[in-house]
Every structure is written in C-alpha cells, then in structure tokens.
Design a protein around this ligand. Structure first.
Ligand code: CFM
Length: 474
C-alpha cells in the first residue's frame, strides 16, 4: 500500500490519503497524495491564508507602491517582513507597511470613512509615491466595506494617484494558493492595459512568478538583458506598478513559479494572445535549458549559448567541489509549493544528495505529480503536513538537513537536524549558476557544522565532545 499513515495521525482518518511513499517502479498516476483541499480541522495545519498569499507573496514585492491592509493591525503587522523581496528603490516596500487598524466599533458601524482618510494620509506621508495597493482582510470583507468604491472616489479627487484593490480575504481559499489566484485575476482585470510603457527592443518579455527573494529576479533579468531582450515587467519581484500595467505589450510571458502565477499568464494568452513559456532558474541544467528555450523563441541561441558557456566554465568546478562532499547525504525538501518539483531531481543530480522526502503546504495535485515523478524510490511525499508528522518523518528518515521555512526549521533544529531557509533565504539568491553554487555551499556548511552535535552537550554533567561521542570530563 503506497499510502503512508503517520502514527500521530491515526486518530484523523481524513489524513489517510495525504502521504505517499514512492514504491519501486511506481509512477504514482494511481496514487498521489491529495492536494489543495480544505484543511482538515484538528490537524494543526501550517498553511497560510489567502490574504497572506495575495499580499505577502505576490502583492507586496511591488516596489513603488504603498501597501495598505484594510483590517485589524495584526493581519499586516504579524505577516510583515516574512520574506526578503528586495528592490532597487531602497526597499521602500519592505520598510513600510500600512494598516487601517480596524476596531470593534468599525465592525459595528463600518470603516469606509476611516479607509478613505487612511488612503489620503498615506499619500501625504509619502508624497513621492503615487501608487497604492489595498488589501481586503477577513474583517473588512465580512462587514462588506466597498473598497473599490472608496478607491475610485479617492482617484477622482486625486488625479495623480492610482490604486489597485485586492479582494482576497483570509478565508478566500483553502490556503495561500487561493490568494495567489485572486490577485492574479484582480491585476489583469483592473490594471493590465491601462498604461503603455516604452518598447525598446524587438524581443520583449514579461518575467512572471519570481519575487526577487534576496535578488533571484535580478539574476534572471540580467541574463535576459545580456541576450538583448527587454524585460517589460517583472511580476512581481522588484516590479514597478506602471510597468505591470503594460504587461499586455510583451511578446512572451516567461513563467517561473507556475503555482503562484500561471493564472495571469493564461489570461494574458486568452485576452491578448501572448504565449506562455515555463522555465526554471534553479540548477545548472534546468537553467541552461530554460535560457535556450527563451532564446529559441526569438532566434537568440548564439547569445544564450555564450552566457551558458561562460557561466558554466566559471561555476561548474565549484559546484562539483561541493557535490563530491555532499554525495550520499540525505535531505528533506519541504517548501510551500513549487520548489518541490523545481528542485527534487536537480538537487539529487547536481549535488549528489538524496531527497528522502518532499512536501508541500498548498501545492495542487499537479504539483505533486511533477514532484513525485522527479523523486527517487522510497521518497515520502506529504500534503499539508503538521508539526507532529514532520517530527515523525524526521525520526523515520534521519535526514542530514531539512530545506524548509522558519516554523518547521526551528522544530528540526531542536532535533539537532540543521535546516536551510529556502523561503526567505538566509544567504540567497539561489537562482542562477552562482546562486546554485551558493545553495550547495550553504548545504555543505549546514551539514558539516559541528554546532548541532555540540548542542547535545549536557553541561550540567560537565561533558566534553570526543571522537567517541560525549564523555564526562575527568
Ligand atoms: Fe511559488 Fe514562491 Fe513557491 Fe509560492 Fe511561497 Fe515562496 Fe515557497 Mo515560501 S510563490 S509556490 S507561496 S516559489 S513564499 S517565493 S518560498 S512557500 S515554494
């Protein structure tokens, strides 16, 4: 039976089809973990909400924008700064976040008036910023505040400002993924086609589905520019509001994270006839193939090949140095969404480490299909895991490192298993050839650091570490 039941979840029968161990010769077409369903009550899921997916994954990497949450202050404050999507305008979008700070009286009497005043105050506080995104939350959605109407009123009164409204309350989806979908559609419905940026090249793309975590987007955009391609807009890492209003003028959408932003690419194809090309900026082989794919669309193969040759010659020896030392090590690859299939095979092929488990908090079944297909035999795939299942998996699989986010990462540290933060990154960027070497280096440092062994020392017993384990000092 390829489904895997965790001991800690035996009391929750609904979890039965959410974990799978890949058997010999198993292609998993008949046995995938379920994905993207409503969270099962009582499982203590670690998913995010739709508001967070809309605002903190996709909305707020936009750089020249005041990001205002219409709701209680906790919605925006408690989720602020969880990601390091840097920008080249002095990180305006990282430094400032705004909230209307709804209280009980607003729930009773409505908060539209207060919202209008807040919008005006924000523009006064940052007179050089003329663009704003307003995010609905559960509280403002439930009382039915008409944010669109308020935004329109302000735009009528202040002709030099432009406001985007994102109606993705926390309850608007089984997870953050519901919020990704809503903000994709809201952006194309409200903003695409309302601005005409200057076209400067015969080759024009939108770079879609990368959020510039510690510079990921900049690395990729640099490759495209070196090939002579104009990157009209970046959805949304280091992205500019007005450039993104002009997405309809590109010749091609180059899509990185399909999980979070295939929706806007599909709409751009339907409404404007712009084709979509899925790429992968992680790992030498997938990245080289991706650059070549984009090049072939425009007939720029020579330019792409020159970049691939240069970068490979520069970085391959370093990658190999780490791969030799990482060979045979075991890791759990536990991201939120699409990194499970972007990384599963290539981390094994190019770094020599074995991926013993993959999981996703909010991936759809297609993500699991791709991810599990790329894993080797014996890999444990889990949908929407909870902390106890993570602990049980670590005890069972004994990984040398866990690639995940802060919450599960802190748990793994307590088990003395090192973890790498592959969401916000501690040391990124990880895209590009140099970035992939950086990931290998971070993996090597995490696994070979003596700190996790030393943290097992019981200082009350006056122990010291020796070759044979811990000994009491004589
Ligand atoms: Fe796409 Fe992302 Fe991811 Fe995602 Fe995310 Fe992320 Fe992630 Mo954290 S958009 S699905 S909702 S690649 S924030 S930049 S790292 S869980 S695997």
């Amino acid at each position: 039976m390829p489904y895997h039941t965790f001991k800690c979840s035996e009391c929750i029968p609904d979890r039965a089809m959410h974990a799978v161990i890949k058997g010999p010769g198993e292609d998993l077409t008949s046995c995938l973990p379920l994905g993207y369903l409503n969270t099962i009550p009582g499982t203590i899921s670690e998913r995010g909400c739709a508001f967070c997916g809309a605002k903190h994954v996709i909305g707020s990497p936009m750089k020249d924008v005041i990001h205002l949450s219409h709701g209680p202050v906790g919605c925006t404050y408690d989720t602020w700064h969880t990601k390091r999507y840097i920008s080249d305008n002095d990180n305006f979008q990282l430094k400032y976040t705004a909230a209307t700070d709804m209280k009980e009286k607003h729930v009773v009497f409505g908060a539209e008036k207060m919202l209008k005043q807040n919008i005006i105050d924000c523009f006064k506080a940052f007179p050089h910023i003329k663009r704003m995104s307003i995010y609905q939350t559960c509280a403002s959605a439930l009382i039915g505040d008409d944010i669109n109407a308020v935004a329109k009123k302000v735009m009528d009164e202040m002709p030099d400002v432009d406001i985007f409204v994102c109606n993705a309350p926390g309850f608007g989806g089984p997870s953050q993924s519901g919020g990704h979908h809503k903000i994709n559609i809201a952006w194309i419905d409200q903003k695409v086609g309302t601005f005409e940026p200057e076209i400067k090249s015969k080759y024009v793309i939108n770079y879609v589905g990368d959020y510039n975590i510690q510079g990921d987007s900049e690395i990729m955009i640099d490759f495209f520019q070196r090939m002579g391609i104009q990157v009209l807009s970046s959805f949304t890492g280091n992205g500019s509001y007005d450039d993104l209003r002009g997405m309809h003028l590109a010749h091609l959408n180059v899509l990185e994270c399909a999980r979070s932003s295939e929706y806007i690419c599909n709409e751009l194809r339907k409404r404007y006839g712009i084709p979509r090309l899925d790429i992968d900026g992680f790992g030498f082989e997938p990245l080289s193939a991706s650059l070549m794919k984009v090049a072939m669309f425009f007939g720029l193969e020579k330019e792409a090949q020159a970049i691939i040759d240069d970068e490979t010659a520069r970085w391959r020896p370093e990658l190999n140095w780490y791969a030799k030392r990482l060979k045979g090590k075991k890791i759990c690859l536990w991201p939120g969404g699409s990194k499970l299939w972007h990384w599963a095979h290539v981390i094994e092929e190019e770094m020599g480490v074995k991926v013993v488990s993959v999981y996703s908090k909010f991936g759809h079944q297609g993500d699991f299909e791709k991810g599990v297909a790329r894993c080797s035999e014996g890999a444990l795939a889990i949908d929407d895991p909870n902390e106890l299942e993570g602990l049980e998996a670590m005890e069972m699989l004994q990984p040398d490192c866990v690639l995940t986010g802060v919450r599960p990462g802190e748990v793994s540290k307590k088990m003395r298993v090192p973890y790498l933060n592959i969401h916000a990154y501690d040391n990124g960027p990880y895209k590009g050839f140099e970035g992939w070497v950086r990931l290998a280096r971070d993996l090597y440092n995490a696994i070979y650091s003596p700190i996790h062994q030393l943290s097992g020392l019981d200082i009350s017993k006056d122990e010291i570490p020796t070759d044979k384990g811990f000994m009491t000092r004589q």
